[in-house]
Every structure is written in C-alpha cells, then in structure tokens.
Design a protein around this ligand. Sequence first.
Ligand code: PRT
Ligand code: ZN
Length: 286
Amino acid sequence: MDTRLSIAVQKSGRLSEKSLDLIRSCGIEFNADSRALKASAADFPLDFLFVRDDDIPQYVADGVADIGIVGRNELDESGIELDIVRDLRFAACRLSIAVPNGYPYSGIGSLEGKRIATSYPRILSTILKENGVSAQVVVVSGSVEITVEVGIADAIADLVSTGTTLKMNGLEEAECIYRSSAVMIARSDMDDGKRAVLSRLLERIDAVMNARHKKYILFNLPEEKLPLAAAAIGGMKSPTVTPLMDKGWLSVQSAVDEDRFWSVFEELKKLGAEGILVMNIEKMTE
Ligand code: PRT
Ligand code: ZN
C-alpha cells in the first residue's frame, strides 16, 4: 500500500476553514462533513483527523497524526517540542497585556507584584521571567476579559486581533508581548516515505502561498519606457516583453507584489502604459 500522511486539523473554530481552504487550493479534494472526525483525500495520500486545536500538538507528538495545523500560541503553550515546517500566516493574532482604562502602565515592569489573568500561563510566565518581573499568574480557560471587572486580576494577557473585545470590556491594550499565526507542525521521526509525501504537500502549499500575495499585470507600453517600467515593477526576474504590431509599442507582463500593486500601477500609468490588465495568480513557483 502506498504511504499516506495524516494531518490533524481543528474541527471547528478560527483555524478550520482557512486550513481546509489551503489544502483544497493545493488541488487536494476530500469530504469534510462537519460531524465526521476523519476524512481521506482521494487524489493525494492524505488523511484528515478533525480535533480540538488544544489537542493537535499532543496528537502529532504521539504519532496519532504526522502533521498538524495549529496556532503557534497553542504549540508554545503546550510546551511540546515539534518541528514547525511552515508559517502559514493566517489567523494572525498577538498576545497582549491589557489593563483597565486609566491604569498607569509604563512597560512590563509595572506589573510587578500584580495579578495577571490569562489562558496562556506558560507563554506569559516565560516572558515575565525574561523581563525579571514577578507577578501572580491567574489561570482561566476563557472570558479572560471579565477577570479585572470581577476583581480576580489587575491586568490580563490575552489574544487580540482587532482589539474590539478589549474595548468592549473597558480594557486598553497596553503592550504586545508575543505574536502568533497558524503554523504547520510535523513529527520529527517520520520515515522516508512520509517525508516524501510531506515534501510534495509543502511544494504545493508554497506555490499557493506565493501566488496569494501577488497579482499578474499585463499592459502595453511605449518601447523607450521599458527600463523605467521594469524598475517600477521590481521583484522576480525581468518582465516578459513582446513586440506589438504597432511600431514602438511593447506588450509587457509580470508578477507584482500585492502590497506594492497600487504604487506600481500609478507609476506605469505615468509612464504611458495602456490597456492595463490585472489578474489573480492561482499558483506560482519562484
Ligand atoms: O474548540 P477549539 O479548542 O478547537 O478552539 P478554541 O476555541 O480554543 O480556538 P479558536 O478557534 O477560538 O482559535 C483558534 C486559534 O486562532 C487560536 O489559538 C489563535 O492562534 C488564533 N486566533 C486568531 C485567535 C484570535 N485570532 C482571536 N482573536 N484566537 C482567539 N481570539 C479571541 C481572543 O481570545 C479574544 O477573546 O478573540 C478575542 C479577541 O478578538 P478581537 O478581534 O476582538 O481582538
Ligand atoms: Zn482550543
């Protein structure tokens, strides 16, 4: 039988949809019935295990699954040593110290001797220790934002993405102490067969992730403007250039980083580019 790889993915929560979308974008098809705990891909040797995110590091460490997708925060909080094979960049968030509005916060030292509520005692304690701060860590498993109001903590350390939850609870984000995003973790003792499947999967993931942050741009340009246009585009290798029937004009095409897209677009217009066409890239290898 061919070697198959098993992946642990969050069953339902902030990571689930994006984890499954990423794998589907790799051309891997499977049935993810919301009640099922397992699934298998038909066209790629990959089996799925749908579980709670807290359990993913342990499952991978125990070999119940070979790889997993989990928040870096959950991995670090578990204290389990596993290889991070990719930072998948979605579900980005930060662990921040938050204090009641008006609290005189002037750096982590202001927490000396205070009570700090968190669901991430291991990460918080490490950071307090690194900064030589001794404080009482109050461990709660949820609703951390309420702990100050009910009087069991002076400050909190909780995950933040937009900051809305803190504001709604009369708290102020004082300082980010740790950053997280979804990562792919792997057992370090996989056999060669499984390693080969993982390499194939990672190659596809890289192609999808590269493409996500780029646009493909195609336009006509007066020939003499080519050096300036190439400089504006930057990145990758030189753009692809084709002469047009119209003498003195070229058709130019290239990938452009998404975050630079609008400035490149404006620059090209200034250079006299016409018929600018912009496309999403589905997959791309560097
Ligand atoms: O049921 P299961 O145990 O599988 O899921 P869970 O409830 O433990 O986790 P889930 O689905 O809530 O989050 C999974 C992972 O998403 C986390 O481990 C983080 O890596 C990541 N992530 C990204 C977040 C957030 N953003 C986030 N904003 N996890 C939690 N939050 C919470 C935060 O705790 C706070 O209550 O959202 C609130 C703050 O959000 P804002 O937008 O108001 O700042
Ligand atoms: Zn969880």
